[in-house]
Design a protein around this ligand. Structure first.
Ligand SMILES: Nc1ncnc(-c2cnn(Cc3cccc(F)c3)c2)c1Cl
Length: 282
């Protein structure tokens, strides 16, 4: 997506999203998703058609499911350009907390690596002998400090969250994150999808209230696994990027730029995103 969006000032770009400010509305922002996908810390060269619209639809749906949690969606009368309308969200500008509110129901990824090194994640001691992909006795709040774009977030103990945002907000971040995770994983579970982990971001609005921000419970912020595959011993079968990961693992040594995905992989991945969103939002 070029930076040009009439009536909006380009602010910054993430891996797969751009942030704009609506001219004349400094209390609002526009998040515009694009069809790019990142894997192995690289934004792949070939976009996945329809991905941005599907993930925007999913985030909107989750916000509606989590009606008891204040969120940043704005219903202001600002015209969003037709060209991006199905993959854009007009949101209230918040004072964002610099904490990635990660909740894990299963141990995998960077959390599993930290567990193998230290026996804990974000300072939380865990049972011995856990294997990659094991379900945890109960979901845990494992916050991270927002790293600069492209770097890995650094897991931090709850005490550091208190230092960053104060005890009251830290407790609210933890309790709200755990509550949302419990609600969302129950919804996903009923549809044959494991929500293994997710990352929430929150900010304060002008009244000082805690507001759920950014994208929510999408395959970019969460790991969604196929529950039937997990039950049959095939762990961590991702719903979205597994096709891309498997193809890259078979056709790339991980050095330098990732090769272009073939049409068949792009199409199957696009289908898989649609399948996940239609399964969850049915
Ligand atoms: N409601 C809000 N209020 C204030 N700030 C934000 C905010 C800032 N940055 N990001 C993440 C991001 C970075 C790059 C492109 C993106 F589309 C999004 C979200 C939000 Cl969502």
């Amino acid at each position: 997506m070029s930076d040009e969006l009439p009536g909006f000032t380009f602010l910054t770009a993430g891996k797969v999203r751009d942030l704009y400010a609506p001219e004349g509305h400094d209390d609002l922002l526009l998040l515009v998703a694009n069809d790019r996908v990142s894997a192995f810390d690289q934004v792949l060269s070939r976009p996945i058609p329809g991905r941005a619209a599907l993930l925007t639809r999913l985030t909107r749906w989750w916000f509606a499911q989590l009606a008891d949690v204040p969120n940043h969606l704005a219903d202001a009368d600002v015209a969003v350009p037709e060209a991006v309308a199905d993959r854009a969200m007009l949101v209230r500008r918040l004072r964002m907390h610099p904490v990635e509110c990660v909740v894990r129901g299963y141990v995998t990824g960077s959390g599993y690596a930290e567990y193998r090194r230290t026996g804990s994640i974000s300072g939380l001691p865990l049972p011995e002998g856990l294997q990659d992909g094991d379900r945890l006795p109960e979901p845990i709040f494992t916050p991270a400090y927002k790293a600069e774009l492209g770097a890995h977030d650094e897991n931090i103990p709850f005490e550091t969250v208190v230092d960053l945002v104060g005890a009251e907000t830290a407790e609210a971040l933890r309790s709200t994150s755990l509550r949302i995770f419990a609600e969302a994983s129950a919804i996903a579970d009923a549809k044959g999808v494991i929500l293994a982990d997710t990352k929430f971001e929150f900010g304060d609005d002008a009244e000082g209230g805690l507001v759920l921000a950014d994208e929510v419970l999408t395959p970019d912020s969460s790991r969604f696994w196929d529950a039937a595959a997990y039950a049959s011993g095939r762990r961590g079968v991702g719903f979205d990027k597994q096709i891309v990961r498997d193809w890259l693992a078979a056709h790339w040594d991980g050095e330098g730029a990732a090769p272009d995905l073939p049409d068949e992989v792009v199409q199957r991945t696009a289908d898989r995103y649609r399948e996940l969103v239609e399964l969850l939002t049915a």
